[in-house]
Design a protein around this ligand. Sequence first.
Ligand code: ADP
Ligand code: 5GP
Length: 212
Amino acid sequence: MQEPDRRGLMLVLSSPSGAGKSTIARNLLDKERDMSLSVSLTTRAKRGSEIDGTHYHFVSESEFLRYQANDGLLEWAEVHGNYYGTPRDPAEQAMRQGKDMLFDIDWQGALQLFEKARADVVSIFILPPSMAELKSRLERRAEDAPEVIAKRLENSRLEMEHWKEYDYVVVNEDLDKAFQEVRSILIAERLRRERRPGLVNFVDGLLKIPKN
Ligand code: ADP
Ligand code: 5GP
C-alpha cells in the first residue's frame, strides 16, 4: 500500500451542553467533505430532530454493556446519567486510511483519547460567552425537558472546569466567528510536519531537479 500523504487527525470538540459544539460540528462537516463524524453509541432517549445512525446509535443499556465487554469502544463515559461511547472500528479505520475524524465527546472521553493516541488528537474546548446565554440556548433549543435542562446546567460547571486540558479554546459568541476559528485550527493542524510523512519523498524529488 502506498503511504498516505498525511496521517489523519482526531478532532475533539467538547463543551458544556448548549455552548454550540454540535452546531459548529455540523457546519464543519458541511464544509470539510472528507472529514467524517464519529457516531457515538448512547443510552439516552432520542430527541425529536435526531436520526438513529446519523446523530447517534441509540442503544439499550444491555447493548451498550455488550459493546463495552467486547472491547468495541475506544472510549466511553457516563454523562448526565446516560452512557455514551465511541465505537472503535470506524475510528481506527479512518486513522489507518489517513482520514480526519470529528469527535463530539465530553472531557472524560477526551482524556481517554489523549491516553491512547495523543499525537493524533487535536482538542478544542468551546465556551459560551456567559452562563445566562448558555441557559437561554438550552431553552431555545427546546429539545430537552425542563428537568433535563436543569441537570445539564448544573453539570456545565463541572465540564467547564476541564477547559485547561485542551489544546485550544474557542468562545462561541458569534457563530460564524467561532466556526472560522475552529476551521482555522483544523487547517493549521493538518499542515503540521509530523502529520505529513509524504513530504519526505516530495522534498527528495524537489532536490533531485538538476540545477541549470
Ligand atoms: P451543544 O451541542 O454544545 O449542546 P448546540 O449546538 O445544540 O449545543 O447549540 C445549542 C443551541 O444554541 C442551538 O439551538 C443552537 O442553534 C444555538 N447556538 C449555537 N451557537 C450559537 C451562537 N453563537 N449564537 C446563538 N445561538 C447559538
Ligand atoms: P448530548 O446528550 O447533548 O448529545 O451529549 C451530552 C454530552 O455527551 C456531550 O458533552 C457530548 O459531547 C458527550 N458525548 C457524546 N458522545 C460521546 C461519546 O461517545 N463519548 C463521550 N465520552 N462523551 C460523549
